[in-house]
Design a protein around this ligand. Sequence first.
Ligand code: HEC
Ligand code: HEC
Ligand code: HEC
Ligand code: HEC
Length: 112
Amino acid sequence: MKNLIVMTLAMLIAGTAAAAGTTDHFLADRHVERGVKCESCHVNGDTSKPVRKAQCLACHKSYEELAKKTANVHPNPHFNHYGERDCTTCHKGHQQSTLSCSQCHKFNLKTP
Ligand code: HEC
Ligand code: HEC
Ligand code: HEC
Ligand code: HEC
């Protein structure tokens, strides 16, 4: 009986972990799901090189266009004194994204 309870608990915990795993849905995964190829971000499929903004802008056009999309976000993550850096200073491919502004500021922004 005691073993059964322990086993049930272990299964419940494992189940929760699996569910949490599916919410770990990083930017690259979401792109791949939309039909974006690895090579669209990784030039010639070389994953050892950093992904530069030119790669992202091939589809996302320009900082100006992005700034329009986030015009109602304050401060605008795509139009500010920090300049037009590589997107990956904030948007990560296969891990939790960050906010480069946080080195100096405390803004309530969440990077997808
Ligand atoms: C081959 C085209 C393509 C490339 C390359 C690409 N994207 Fe996207 N991205 C899309 C499409 C299509 C969408 C969905 C429509 C939209 O939100 O604009 C999207 C959505 C997004 C979103 C919002 C939705 C989400 O899932 O978070 C972010 C943020 C994003 N892209 C960032 C990037 C960054 C950063 C790069 C480069 C590292 C990049 N994209 C490269 C096509 C692309
Ligand atoms: C300083 C950090 C930072 C940089 C650099 C940055 N972003 Fe973002 N981005 C954000 C944040 C934060 C959001 C979410 C804004 C919000 O709250 O809706 C966002 C949202 C987006 C979205 C979703 C916009 C929508 O439809 O609502 C796209 C697409 C995107 N970024 C693409 C890019 C691309 C491509 C680059 C590089 C050219 C880039 N970003 C550079 C922080 C950044
Ligand atoms: C939306 C752009 C994007 C797409 C699509 C993408 N990646 Fe990445 N990838 C990145 C970025 C950005 C990095 C740099 C590290 C990070 O941000 O996680 C990276 C890093 C990597 C690395 C280096 C190890 C690591 O995790 O840091 C490997 C391996 C990799 N990607 C494999 C792939 C494969 C395989 C695919 C296709 C299934 C793919 N990537 C699709 C953006 C992308
Ligand atoms: C290396 C440090 C540093 C980084 C990184 C940085 N800032 Fe700043 N920022 C400053 C300083 C210094 C000032 C001027 C002093 C002040 O007003 O706080 C400032 C002022 C500002 C202001 C006007 C004052 C305010 O707080 O309302 C805004 C808005 C702002 N930054 C947004 C951003 C955004 C958005 C990012 C990220 C994309 C960013 N900053 C990244 C240092 C930084």
